[in-house]
Design a protein around this ligand. Structure first.
Ligand SMILES: Cc1cc2nc3c(=O)[nH]c(=O)nc-3n(C[C@H](O)[C@H](O)[C@H](O)COP(=O)(O)OP(=O)(O)OC[C@H]3O[C@@H](n4cnc5c(N)ncnc54)[C@H](O)[C@@H]3O)c2cc1C
Length: 430
């Protein structure tokens, strides 16, 4: 029996260091309107401090260029980083680069690592991940964007959209159909394309709930991308042909976990605002904290946060001890539950602030807008619920003759038969 909720003192020091960096250096950056070059300039000295603390790219194993913390410790780190949208960027752990570095580390050959992974890990390059198409999202077996081998070059054609950071990325990892006649999950491969390759056009930034009028070239925008006879060397493919889905799964499993870990930090920040507000806002002879509804919001949010934290750490523990495939159910559970509590806690905090919370004088309205997407990206809620239900149902089987296992008359008949001698004897003695 080895369940232990304690954190080693040396690692707690790291967590405390991150908390202080957030408070002292990162939160002040959040309130500035920064262009991407300005952001890079301001975070450069912070990144040096992160590297010196051995906290850079904490999601990767040591042999892959990271810190080898494993998923449980990473969960605690990511919860802190999730408090600020800028923090993951300061720690070299921002999506989509973090997931892309995992793909490259696991599937890239030495030449590909030299060219794309190491500069990515060093923070010298930015990447994006391009799977979704206007006609294929939650069901990627519908992908149609294709790559055809022509001599020693891939020729790529099609359209992608919602590609985060496409307008500022140095390179793209595309999920493309290379084996159109293969089984659905063996049709795709992942191929790297450098930004600026002729025929690769970032057409426009999409306006979204996050930002209805995005400025071109801003970090964390989502863009429409078209590929028209784009030619790249045959060697830009990652791993074997037709293994794109297997590789994508390696990225998406941990990536979903990392999102869930960060959402807890984001929700915790909203929770802190909810609690602070309840202590000073006066309402009908008292403060909000005296009102039962607000007390319920605080109690419910605290429980939901704690449940999400424990579920995330359990999923992380399974990943550490048995690999990410074994944690499939737990990852899907925390993906949709984490997205729900993220929304609900921010919603309560915003409500408790009234019109003030709805205004951009507080960060809650922005947090609320960003939270909505969590229910869609990396698989919509409905798909994860489906995965959870399917995994759970594997542990069950339909009863013979369709008589439920718990059917009382059937059980009673079996028990009467089994204990007949005792029942008869005792009845006879009475
Ligand atoms: C902020 C943001 C950033 C993103 N960044 C990227 C990126 O960098 N790269 C990239 O490739 N993609 C990115 N995406 C796209 C994202 O991965 C897709 O939105 C997601 O896979 C869902 O696909 P879809 O939007 O096409 O929804 P659809 O496939 O059209 O699904 C629509 C709805 O149908 C329902 N549905 C679908 N399947 C099922 C099912 N099996 N059972 C029940 N209901 C179902 C769900 O309610 C779902 O929300 C991003 C999306 C967002 C919102």
């Amino acid at each position: 029996m080895a369940i232990d909720f304690s954190v080693e003192p040396e690692f707690q020091e790291k967590l405390d260091w991150i908390s202080e960096l957030l408070r002292e250096e990162i939160y002040p950056l959040e309130v500035l309107e920064l262009t991407h070059p300005q952001l890079l300039e301001l975070v450069a000295p912070l990144r040096e401090r992160v590297v010196a603390q051995e906290l850079w790219a904490p999601h990767l194993d040591r042999e892959l260029g990271g810190q080898g913390y494993g998923q449980v410790k990473l969960g605690l780190i990511h919860e802190l980083l999730g408090r600020s949208r800028i923090a993951p960027f300061v720690f070299g752990a921002q999506a989509p680069d973090s997931g892309n570095s995992e793909i490259l580390a696991l599937n890239g050959n030495e030449e590909q690592k030299e060219r794309w992974l190491y500069p990515l890990l060093a923070g010298e390059k930015l990447s994006c991940y391009a799977m979704t198409e206007p006609g294929a999202g939650a069901d990627p077996t519908q992908l149609s964007c294709s790559a055809v081998l022509d001599g020693d070059e891939w020729v790529i054609n099609g359209d992608k959209w919602f590609i985060t950071n496409a307008s500022i990325a140095d390179f793209f990892i595309f999920m493309l159909v290379t084996e159109p006649d293969a089984a659905p999950h063996q049709r795709a491969s992942q191929i790297i394309v450098d930004a600026g390759t002729p025929g690769l056009n970032v057409v426009r930034e999409l306006g979204t709930l996050e930002d209805a009028h995005p400025r071109w070239g801003t970090w964390d925008n989502h863009a429409v991308v078209e590929l028209r006879d784009v030619r790249v060397p045959a060697g830009n493919i990652l791993g074997e042909r037709g293994t794109g889905f297997v590789q994508a799964q390696q990225r998406l499993g941990p990536g979903r976990m990392h999102h869930a870990m960060r959402w807890i930090g984001q929700a915790q920040r909203a929770f802190d605002m909810l609690c602070e507000r309840s202590l000073y806002r006066k309402a009908r002879g008292g403060v909000l904290a005296d009102k039962q509804t607000i007390q319920n919001w605080i109690a419910d949010s605290a429980v939901e946060l704690e449940a999400a934290r424990l579920m995330t750490l359990k999923a992380a523990w399974i990943m550490d001890t048995q690999g990410s495939r074994a944690a499939r159910k737990e990852i899907s559970m925390i993906k949709f539950w984490g997205a729900k509590i993220l929304h609900d806690v921010i919603d309560r905090a915003l409500q408790a602030h009234g019109s003030f919370g709805y205004s951009s004088d507080m960060p809650l309205e922005e947090m609320y807008r960003y939270a909505r997407a969590a229910r869609i990206y990396d698989g919509p809620d409905e798909v994860h619920r489906e995965t959870v239900a399917r995994q759970i149902l594997r542990e069950y089987e339909a009863p013979a003759d369709e008589v439920p296992t718990e059917h009382i008359p059937t059980r009673r008949a079996a028990s009467e038969k089994r204990f007949a001698h005792v029942l008869e004897q005792v009845a006879g003695n009475a």
